[in-house]
Design a protein around this ligand. Structure first.
Ligand SMILES: C[S@@+](CC[C@H](N)C(=O)[O-])C[C@H]1O[C@@H](n2cnc3c(N)ncnc32)[C@H](O)[C@@H]1O
Length: 276
């Protein structure tokens, strides 16, 4: 299985309750930015790859209530949480859940009209191979939608080299585990290498300051800082940073969410066609 596992055998973000909450906050805060232009026709067959705890699934269902959505993940624990989330947030909605590895999907060729992949490529050793493999289950002429972040796009005020160093720790830990936290900027070439055509990739920028309190709380604090903070133990254990520098960096990141602070981050969303 080609997933993002740290040398200690752990997935970089982990599967904790806290990470479940963070994925939910992230998806809910960014729903308009990331999902508003994704709607699948009634009756179409849609595969969500790496659905995790269902944080994006509930938004897919909301925008495409008549589509037949199938969601897969390697983590049974995450799938359990995804089922519970859907039942709580979209009672009556139907999604077919499968525990499966995206590199070994248990579906026939051309089983789906559309494939949706969000925040998964960043965790894979060979994202082009993954994208190419997904073409097998996608009907000719069908579309793939891919959404990824890029931690190199994070800049903020007040600037701080300590804050940047904490983000760099996450980037390096993810790289050491075979992933790429800067994958967003590579979406177009990756989709092209995988054989897709009609590729359209666009930036989706989050900008937050005190005039956008929902983004300050939902994105800066609950999504971005929470994600960086979660790798503290690994960053210290691997000697990437000292504890005082880490604590100063996190304090500086928090300052960007205070009045007078600002924060910028760019996601990338790509849509492409599986050629006939
Ligand atoms: C950061 S989470 C994103 C979850 C969800 N897409 C979201 O945006 O909230 C990445 C997910 O990809 C899953 N994953 C990683 N490698 C996978 C693989 N080879 N096959 C299926 N799922 C995989 C992980 O288990 C995890 O749930």
């Amino acid at each position: 299985m080609n997933t993002d596992i740290l040398p200690g055998g752990r997935y970089v973000h982990g599967y904790s309750e806290r990470e479940t909450r963070r994925l939910g906050d992230q998806a809910d805060t960014l729903a308009a930015l990331l999902h508003s232009d994704t709607a699948y026709p009634d009756g179409s067959r849609v595969l969500e790859v790496g659905c995790g705890v269902g944080a994006q699934t509930v938004h897919l269902v909301a925008h495409s209530p008549g589509a037949h959505i199938v969601a897969i993940d390697v983590s049974e624990e995450s799938l359990e949480r995804a089922r519970a989330r859907l039942a709580a947030e979209r009672p009556g909605a139907r999604v077919e859940w499968h525990r499966a590895d995206l590199f070994d999907l248990p579906f026939p060729d051309a089983a789906f009209d559309h494939v949706f992949v969000c925040f998964v490529l960043e965790h894979l050793r060979d994202p082009a191979l993954a994208l190419a493999g997904l073409r097998r289950v996608l009907a000719p002429g069908g579309t793939i939608t891919v959404i990824e972040g890029d931690h190199g796009s994070a800049f903020f005020h007040p600037d701080s080299r300590y804050a940047q160093a904490t983000i760099e720790c996450l980037v390096r830990l993810q790289a050491a585990a075979g992933g790429d936290a800067l994958v967003g900027r590579r979406l177009q070439p990756l989709l092209s290498e995988a054989g897709y055509t009609e590729i359209v990739v666009g930036p989706r920028t989050v900008y937050a300051d005190r005039t956008r309190p929902a983004l300050v709380e939902g994105f800066i604090r609950s999504t971005f800082i929470a994600m960086v903070e979660a790798v503290r133990d690994d960053a210290l254990a691997t000697g990437l940073i000292t504890a005082p520098d880490w604590d100063r960096g996190i304090a500086d990141l928090r300052r960007t969410a205070d009045p007078g602070g600002t924060f910028h981050y760019t996601f990338f969303k790509g849509v492409a066609v599986n050629p006939r």
